[in-house]
Design a protein around this ligand. Structure first.
Ligand SMILES: [Zn+2]
Length: 701
């Protein structure tokens, strides 16, 4: 990781700042953090990522157990540390019922000794209830019924051949609807299976080892036969992978959206008894009546049409083993050490890191946060949330939206009608910032989790199962409920943000409204280059290749004039090619898969930069000068942005990321975005034709 420090090249441009620097502790802290992350031996016009992050990379080794590490992870970890303290406080006084549930769940999760003592028994007992697993014992083929098995798996949200759920109808965003889709693959996406063989591909090989090991731990006797049976399962998964839609094709929702009624599924996918299974699922789990005329949508019609043939051609034993494997795989992480070892061995090949090095409490907290995050959210925000950050973020959203509106007249490629629609859509974007005030109301939170049963007399495995069932039922029960536009689906400590196309809303939880993204003590250049860019990024998602398909009411509904749409696609194609040419550390970026995120990154930087210039026009003389950093504030804006992406990762992680992640790798996010932005080149006086100031620039917004 170590890089020799070259003498500073003559091309490194710095400016002579003469104003008195700020010497408060906050200023000194942020200045030293920025300075330590830089590698000033690198010419910023050659490789801005290395310039901004070289120092950070040298001083941040990958923490053991992690496959990647960045400021995002560090902040998430510190948020989780706060939650850990809250959950481990030795008192249950003043805790809400929901908080107590979180505590019980957490305590049973960290008690690995108790989990180890119970061995495989909890899973074996459950497996028996859902029809057993052929690979484990003398299995009676005549007792296997495809549809009955599907039905038994429903309460656990395990869908080996197709998925079924409830979500907002993309064409009627005020209502929820039944959505039927692909099953999802154990390894994530089809790329891990298609054109790969177990013999030649390390990941498939390790996956088969993992399957065999888990089956053996559960009692399968002959290892060779077990391996053979698991290989059959893997071959079946491969067939399902082949008929799955590539991730990049899923982005075209206009094309993929198909609405029908439940009865139509019978012709489409005859292997499943839809007319009986689905009504029973809703009645049993959600107490909702669903008939054969129930509207259903799918984004995976071709897949649904094809999987029945695979079912018909597969022997019952293989089907039974596949069902069982999907069930077992989804619960392995709730078992004890031998199972975790098997999982870890596979994880090492997949991601190149050793999960055993991650402290148990961190894994438990991830689950508590994702399931009971709102229950403990009150305690988190009381401890950590700086109330001024909410009003500052609200102000930032107003400025960034104004910046988008101001930029629109400059988009000469748009016709006036489409431009007006874009402006209306931007005005209609609402925001949610910090956290839902309702979580401060104990009665509200208790009510929210009232159907989640966490019995203190039961063990971690049962709690895990209980959580899965709770989530399943909760989703199904949404079917007849109105869509709540402002319902939080992200917990307060989360270090992330999102745009929802069906709600036309941007969301920034408390977790991200902190340093390094934002602080009331930071100079504005750092805040605009931090949270400002995050806000700009999320807003631009409403106008990326996917978001642009939705109108101001959140409906999948074309509002683009034909010619303007053709021009948009041409502009987007430029980014597809640009990012598709990036290959950092042996990982080739997929320009189509990452297009939406790249459009959002590019738009986000421009919007935040312009908003910052507006702020300077009004308040320029008030900008704080940082000590010992000889950079202009425009330069600091770009440094702040780039340093959000300083990260280290394993080669395995990088290869995995480009196949599954819609975000470009960190270095591509910095290089791609800034080399497209003429104001960046001006700020650093990058000569025309230098790597960071190429003649060909891509720009959508
Ligand atoms: Zn994004």
């Amino acid at each position: 990781m170590s890089r020799p420090k070259d003498p500073q090249p003559s091309t490194c441009r710095r400016s002579n700042i003469t104003a008195q620097p700020c010497t408060t502790r906050a200023c000194i802290n942020v200045a030293s953090k920025v300075a330590l992350s830089l590698d000033e031996s690198v010419d910023p016009c050659q490789d801005f990522y290395e310039f901004a992050c070289g120092g950070w990379e040298e001083s941040n080794l990958l923490p053991s157990g992690e496959s990647r590490w960045s400021g995002f992870n560090a902040l998430q970890q510190s948020n989780h540390a706060i939650m850990k303290n809250v959950l481990e406080l030795n008192t249950t006084q003043n805790n809400s019922v929901a908080e107590k549930k979180a505590k019980i769940f957490y305590e049973s999760c960290i008690d690995l000794e108790a989990i180890n003592k119970r061995g495989a028994q909890p899973l074996l007992t459950m497996l028996e209830k859902v029809g057993g697993w052929p690979v484990l014992n003398n299995w009676d083929e005549s007792s296997f019924d495809f549809n009955a098995t599907i039905q038994q798996y429903f309460p656990y949200s395990i869908y080996p051949f197709f998925s079924i759920g409830v979500n907002t109808d993309s064409k009627h965003s005020n209502s929820n609807i039944v959505i039927v889709g692909e099953s999802g693959l154990s390894l994530g996406t089809r790329d891990f299976y298609v054109n790969k063989t177990i013999e030649d591909d390390k990941i498939l090989h390790a996956y088969l080892d993992y399957m065999t090991e888990v089956a053996t731990l559960l009692g399968a006797k002959d290892r060779n036969i077990t391996r053979f049976r698991m290989k059959e399962v893997l071959e079946l998964e491969k067939k399902l992978a082949i008929i799955s839609l590539p991730l990049e094709e899923m982005r075209n929702e206009e094309k993929n959206y198909h609405r029908m009624v439940l009865a139509d599924l019978q012709d489409l996918a005859p292997a499943v008894d839809w007319s009986n299974l689905v009504p029973e699922l809703f009645l049993k789990l959600a107490n909702e009546t669903v008939g054969t005329n129930e509207p259903v949508i799918t984004f995976s019609r071709q897949y649904l049409r094809n999987f029945s043939d695979i079912v018909y051609q597969t022997p019952k034993r293989v089907l039974g083993n596949y069902f069982g494997w999907r069930f077992v795989h989804s619960f392995v992480s709730a078992l004890g050490q031998p199972f975790l070892e098997a999982l870890n061995k596979f994880h090492k090949v997949q991601y190149g890191s050793n999960m055993n090095c991650v402290e148990r409490w961190r894994r438990c907290l991830n689950t508590v946060d994702s399931v009971l995050g709102l229950a403990v959210g009150r305690l988190f925000v009381q401890k950590k949330f700086d109330k001024t950050s909410k009003s500052s973020a609200e102000e930032m959203v107003r400025e960034i939206k104004a910046s988008f509106q101001k930029n629109l007249p400059k988009t000469s490629w748009m016709d006036p009608v489409t431009r007006k629609k874009a402006s209306e859509k931007c005005s209609a974007v609402e925001d949610m910032i910090g956290f839902d005030d309702k979580i401060l109301n104990i009665t509200y939170v208790n009510e929210k989790y009232k159907n989640l049963i966490v019995d203190p007399n039961k063990g971690h495995f049962e709690h895990h199962v209980s959580v899965v069932r709770y989530i399943t039922v909760k989703e199904l029960k949404h079917l007849r409920k109105p869509v709540k536009r402002k319902e939080w689906s992200i917990t307060p400590p989360t270090v992330n943000a999102y745009y929802s196309p069906t709600k036309n809303i941007i969301v920034f939880p408390a977790g991200i409204l902190q340093p390094p993204f934002y602080s009331s003590n930071f100079p504005k250049s750092i805040n605009y280059g931090g949270i400002g860019i995050v806000v700009g990024h999320e807003l631009t998602h409403g106008f990326d290749d996917q978001g642009r398909q939705y109108d101001l009411n959140g409906n999948l509904n074309n509002w683009w004039q034909k010619d303007t749409l053709a021009k948009f696609k041409k502009k987007a194609e430029c980014m597809v090619e640009q990012y598709g040419s990036f290959n950092f550390g042996g990982a080739q970026v997929n320009g189509v898969l990452t297009l939406g995120e790249n459009i959002a990154d590019n738009g986000g930087v421009r919007l935040a930069y312009n908003a910052y210039q507006e702020w300077k026009k009004a308040n320029g003389s008030l900008e704080t000068q940082l000590p010992s950093l000889n950079y202009t504030h425009d330069q600091l804006f770009f440094i702040s942005f780039a340093q959000l992406w300083c990260s280290v990762s394993t080669p395995q992680f990088r290869k995995h990321q480009v196949l599954v992640d819609m975000h470009s790798p960190p270095k591509a996010r910095v290089i791609g975005t800034l080399s497209n932005f003429e104001e960046f080149s001006k700020a650093f006086s990058c000569p025309k034709g230098s790597p960071m100031n190429p003649a060909k620039k891509c720009k959508v917004w």
